[in-house]
Design a protein around this ligand. Structure first.
Ligand SMILES: [Zn+2]
Length: 156
């Protein structure tokens, strides 16, 4: 399954296609899409192994969109709008995690120690960049062309 970075890139691509232009809107959507994997950081901080708490305690259940919405509503001025976007972002995370991914990643069920963790993050983020980076770029190009038709570099 994608890394938190991959989830963020996919949310950037989809958010761009959805026409989210305000930085706060995109941040709420991307933040919601990355939030469920905060359990990786919690596992690393509390137990020295990011995988020990991963996908436990409801982080990847239907609680995830509710939690994402509550956090977004708490930190944002556009409470309802950002709460909704964060909830949809968390839903995107759950959908992505349940998809079969064709590429094999350098992750095991348990990652011991910082060195192995950093190695795993670097390799898997490179995979995710290769998969989701071009999607995000293509979405950005498509959106830009739609917003400003005929105003490309060659336009008068
Ligand atoms: Zn996840």
């Amino acid at each position: 399954m994608p890394t938190p970075f991959g989830h963020g890139l996919a949310a950037l691509a989809l958010g761009t296609l959805m026409g989210l232009e305000e930085p706060g809107d995109l941040a709420a959507f991307i933040g919601g899409a990355m939030l469920p994997d905060a359990d990786l950081a919690a596992g690393l901080a509390l137990q020295g192994d990011p995988m020990t708490l991963h996908r436990r305690f409801g982080s990847h259940s239907s609680l995830a969109p509710v939690l994402a919405a509550a956090i977004a509503a708490g930190v944002s001025r556009a409470r309802l709008r950002h709460a909704a976007l964060a909830a949809v972002g968390a839903g995107l995370h759950l959908a992505m995690d349940s998809m079969p991914w064709v590429f094999v990643k350098a992750e095991s069920t348990s990652v011991h120690g910082w060195r192995q963790f950093v190695r795993s993050v670097v390799i898997n983020s490179a995979f995710d960049s290769a998969v989701f980076g071009p999607l995000a770029y293509a979405a950005w190009r498509w959106r830009r062309r739609r917003i400003t038709p005929g105003s490309g570099p060659g336009a008068a």
